[in-house]
Design a protein around this ligand. Structure first.
Ligand code: HEM
Length: 486
């Protein structure tokens, strides 16, 4: 009896705590300790932090702040309290990799601008397409990017796009008015997708576009899933969606290749543009490159723009004084116009509207974190960033840190009277990978704000709806509003 009590006590007092301690320190022992030895005597060290338990790393802490407490910025604040401010770098283990978090402006800027050290690596690259802009590097990236920018983000493209998207926006707002309540997150997705369909492949609203939208929704879910490719998994479903999307776009592409005697300067959409691009040697993109890039541009531009539009309505409902100023400016521009639609040049005159757009994008934090793979060991102010680790640029914290933006949780478009300090505003990333559709996104939101403010009023059905932060920040009810004409 006494012996078995003794064994129990040994387990309870000795073995179990030892095992817990070992688990608690496992990643520190596995990843950090060997590097600490290597760096000792070099005057450099690993960034401060904690790398968590085996496999999960700090995932549970991350979920605690983002999902349970719903105070995401406390994740970084707690690190600052525990390990000090340092230079804005913390070691961790998140999303399956040993990583360094970069959450201060200067280091974030350096990460974005050092392509030779910190490389963009998309998860599930087969879903997005191995030859798409987001997946290629070096010269191949420069080549595709130059065209994509010209096709969707340059002044001529924006002029054309402004004409193309407004009928859809106006029709959508008229349809919202017919409903008792409108769930903006769903409706904004619908109108964004209709515009994408038109701009990218000249597909008109209807059953074909609706099935395309469903396929894209299935595909997007695959990016967040584990890459287990067997029936029943989200990744498998996403791969199936990808195949079907490719088939639809390939049929369209073949149809266009067989087109003869058509003036191809008329109504050029993104697919036409990508088919015609020639590099310095006069070489065109392959069919696969065209298809991959169409898919990846829809992936990059669809939910991001829809979410930003949804947040715009939310913030304006919460800030009637801002809506009033917005309305005044937009009514002003209508006085001198005979037509219903405005041009991209008009939009650039709408100074206050553009500030509302920027403030929406800052506060929405749609791309809250971005990732880079470290391909060369780096050093910053005495801290090492080890090779083969990831760097997580914590854009969200840049935007919500009161050291970067005064009273950061207050929706205040007037803060944009002055530009943000360097490195503090990274909503579109930075360096050579800065968002290729950033002007397109801004234009689409500004045009939506224009037509909303001149014709409609809306109020939140659930003004105190909780905000969820995963997979993206969004009020829990998807921003349900009562919507009517003014
Ligand atoms: C408010 C809306 C948007 C936000 C917040 C946003 C944000 C971002 C961010 C942060 C990146 C950089 C990712 C990284 O560095 O890892 C990025 C890249 C990209 N975005 Fe956007 N984006 C938006 C809309 C769009 C739209 C409308 C398009 C095009 C239709 C687009 C196309 C792209 C592409 C192609 C890239 C990759 C660029 C490259 O690798 O060279 N985005 N976006």
């Amino acid at each position: 009896m006494e012996t078995s009590m003794g064994v129990w006590m040994t387990w309870v007092v000795g073995v179990v705590p030892m095992l817990v301690l070992l688990l608690w320190c496992w990643n520190e022992l596995w990843y950090a300790v060997p590097l600490k030895f290597r760096y000792s005597g070099t005057g450099t060290r690993l960034p401060p932090g904690y790398m968590g338990i085996p496999i999960l790393g700090e995932t549970l802490t991350f979920l605690w702040y983002f999902k349970v407490l719903r105070r995401p910025d406390e994740f970084i604040n707690s690190k600052r309290r525990k390990y000090g401010d340092g230079v804005g770098l913390y070691r961790t283990h998140l999303f399956g990799s040993p990583s360094v978090i970069a959450c201060f402006p200067l280091i974030s800027k350096i990460v974005y601008q050092s392509d030779d050290t910190f490389v963009l690596q998309w998860p599930a690259v087969d879903l997005v397409g191995r030859t798409s802009l987001v997946a290629v590097h070096g010269k191949a990236h420069d080549r595709v990017r130059r065209f994509v920018i010209k096709a969707i983000n340059g002044p001529d493209a924006l002029r054309r796009i402004a004409d193309h998207v407004q009928p859809c926006i106006v029709a959508a707002l008229q349809s919202w008015e017919q409903k008792t309540t409108v769930k903006i997150s769903s409706e904004a997705k619908k109108v964004t997708f209709e515009n994408i369909g038109k701009l990218f492949v000249s597909f008109e609203p209807g059953p074909r576009l609706e099935s395309l939208e469903k396929l894209f929704q299935g595909l997007t879910k695959g990016f967040r899933a584990h890459p287990f490719n067997f029936p029943g998994t989200a990744y498998h479903h996403a791969s199936q969606c990808r195949k079907k999307l490719e088939d639809i776009f390939r049929i369209e592409l073949e149809k266009r290749k067989n087109r003869t005697g058509i003036d191809q300067t008329m109504n050029i959409d993104l697919m036409d543009g990508l088919m015609q691009i020639e590099d310095d040697m006069g070489k065109r993109l392959s069919d696969q490159e065209v298809l991959d890039n169409i898919v990846s541009l829809v992936v990059a531009g669809y939910t991001s723009t829809a979410m930003a539009s949804t947040w715009a309505l939310y913030f304006l409902a919460k800030n009637p004084n801002v809506l009033e100023k917005l309305r005044e400016e937009n009514m002003g521009i209508c006085k001198n116009k005979k037509e219903n639609f405005i041009t991209s040049e008009d939009v650039s005159q709408l100074k206050y509207t553009n500030k509302v757009v920027e403030e929406t994008i800052r506060m929405a934090n749609i791309a809250g974190i971005t990732f880079r793979l470290v391909i060369k060991e780096a050093e910053y102010k005495g801290y090492k960033i080890p090779k083969d680790w990831k760097v997580i640029v914590w854009n969200r914290y840049l935007h919500t840190n009161p050291e970067n933006f005064n009273d950061p949780m207050c929706f205040n478009p007037d803060r944009w009277n002055e530009p943000a300090s360097p490195g503090t505003y990274q909503a579109f990333g930075g360096g050579s990978r800065i968002c290729a559709g950033n002007m397109l996104a801004r234009l689409q939101i500004a045009l939506l704000l224009h037509h909303l403010s001149i014709g409609y009023k809306w109020e939140l059905v659930n003004p105190d709806a909780e905000i969820i932060y995963l997979p993206h920040p969004m009020p829990l009810d998807g921003v349900e509003v009562k919507f009517s004409q003014i």
